[in-house]
Design a protein around this ligand. Structure first.
Ligand code: ADP
Ligand code: RBF
Ligand code: MG
Length: 155
């Protein structure tokens, strides 16, 4: 995928509310405007990278891009699970992410439990892969430190 690393940011909007309630794994959803801007060579699937909420710290993340075949969604979504415990929800805040690598395609599962097990395995894989120096340096990218300037300049 030639477009990786892929940097983007956008407001955190409401999804179906299933992430935390049904799976115990909250995912911050991007609006359609961000989803529609994805380059054509970024396929649907599960990815890992770095994420930051507003001016906060940069954390590891895993994300799902696509139609969530287990739920048969009709709208493509980009959902980020930040590997960090937040005390409060952050709907309406600006989420900045960089996608650095691909894990697997989206799948449908026999049960909710097997979907949850797959997501936990994605989280461990992401944690491990993001520790290599090539990916660690992305965490310190200026993109995460100059949010106002970047927004003013339309990036
Ligand atoms: P929705 O369907 O509205 O996206 P979720 O159940 O997926 O609902 O919950 C997502 C919301 O949970 C996020 O928008 C954010 O405000 C909050 N949240 C709390 N902790 C996290 C986290 N570690 N990663 C992502 N979102 C989180
Ligand atoms: N949904 C699927 O239907 N199939 C998947 O393989 C799948 N993998 C996911 C992997 C990760 C790391 C995350 C964060 C989500 C994944 N989801 C998948 C999306 C999940 O169904 C979705 O987050 C919830 O439905 C809440 O919107
Ligand atoms: Mg969500």
């Amino acid at each position: 995928m030639r477009s990786l690393p892929y940097f983007c940011r956008g407001e955190v909007v409401r999804g179906f509310g299933r992430g935390s309630k049904e799976l115990g794994i909250p995912t911050a959803n991007f609006p359609d405007s961000v989803v529609d801007h994805l380059p054509g060579d970024i396929d649907t699937g599960i990815y890992y990278g770095w994420a930051c909420v507003g001016h906060g710290d940069v954390h590891k993340m895993v994300m799902s891009i696509g139609w969530n075949p287990y739920y048969k969604n009709t709208k493509k979504s980009m959902e980020t699970h930040i590997i960090h415990t937040f005390n409060e929800d952050f709907y309406g805040e600006i989420l900045s992410i960089v996608i650095v690598g691909y894990i697997r395609p989206e799948k449908s599962f026999e049960s909710l439990d097997s979907l949850i097990t797959a997501i936990y395995s994605d989280i461990s894989e992401a944690k491990e892969k993001l520790d290599v120096p090539e990916h660690q340096c992305m965490k310190d990218d200026n993109f995460f430190r100059s949010i106002e300037t970047n927004i003013m300049n339309g990036h």
